[in-house]
Design a protein around this ligand. Structure first.
Ligand SMILES: Nc1ncnc2c1ncn2[C@@H]1O[C@H](COP(=O)(O)OP(=O)(O)OP(=O)(O)O)[C@@H](O)[C@H]1O
Length: 230
């Protein structure tokens, strides 16, 4: 896990523009191990763009995005991919799992791709799925409920022990009871695993569980909860 006390994620002066529209204007924040942050904001305000900059999928026109103490903005592709696989885990709205594989296979695959041996990858996948409450007989992932699929997606994001967990609308496709149980699990992870967590969500009831709640509006990040220094 990343050094305690130092930010796992640190943005300074991040600016991102599409055409003549400024989506991110001078965004600054720090997030440390064990902390969670929610980003809310109207549809189209640029929340996914912000996450894209943190993941290195989008390149800001200026500013720095430090993950694990290193600026990813000016990294070459290979180096960026290495930094991403060493430090980051990601969960999307629909889980983005391979439906015909079993949950164990879906989760183990992420470890295999990171260089873990097959036996070890399966063992760790099974343990993680047990801890996150996902049944894992031989059934294909498509037979799981929506909540179980999102828990599987969380297990996949966690298997390489990321210092930074990123989630884009992780509960957006779930009914309200399932949303609550997945959100409870999600926000328990920084305390249990020592990772930092960023959640982009439309849902105020999900966002209020975070240590820091920030709203993206008119290209600026405005603090809504206590904590983070924007
Ligand atoms: N490649 C692109 N070309 C042009 N416009 C784009 C492109 N990508 C995103 N946009 C626009 O940028 C704006 C921000 O998009 P983004 O997906 O970051 O918003 P969001 O806050 O995540 O929205 P939502 O909550 O609806 O998912 C939107 O108006 C979108 O249409």
């Amino acid at each position: 896990m990343f050094m305690a006390g130092k930010p796992v994620l640190s943005l300074r002066g991040v600016r991102y523009q599409i055409g003549d529209r400024l989506l991110l204007d001078n965004i600054d924040f720090d997030l440390r191990a064990g902390e969670s942050m929610a980003v809310v904001g109207p549809s189209g305000s640029g929340k996914s763009t912000l996450l894209g900059c943190v993941l290195g999928l989008m390149r800001p026109s200026s500013g720095s995005v430090e993950v694990g103490g290193r600026d990813i903005v000016r990294m070459r592709r290979r180096e960026l991919e290495r930094q991403r696989s060493n430090y980051m885990g990601v969960v999307f709205q629909f889980g983005e799992l391979l439906p015909e594989l079993t949950p164990v296979e879906n989760v183990a695959l992420a470890a295999l791709l990171a260089g873990t041996k097959a036996d070890e990858a399966c063992r760790r996948a099974e343990k993680l799925l047990d801890e996150l409450g996902v049944p894992h007989g031989g059934a294909a992932t498509l037979q799981l409920s929506g909540g179980e699929r999102q828990r599987t997606a969380l297990a996949r994001a966690l298997i390489n022990e990321p210092a930074l967990l990123l989630a884009d609308e992780p509960t957006g496709a779930l009914d309200s009871d399932t949303r609550d149980s997945v959100a409870d699990l999600l926000f328990s992870l920084p305390g249990r695993w020592g990772c930092a967590l960023v959640v982009v969500t439309h849902d105020g009831q999900v966002a209020e569980r975070a240590d820091h709640c920030l709203e993206l509006r008119d290209a600026k990040l405005i603090r809504r909860g206590a904590g983070v220094q924007p």
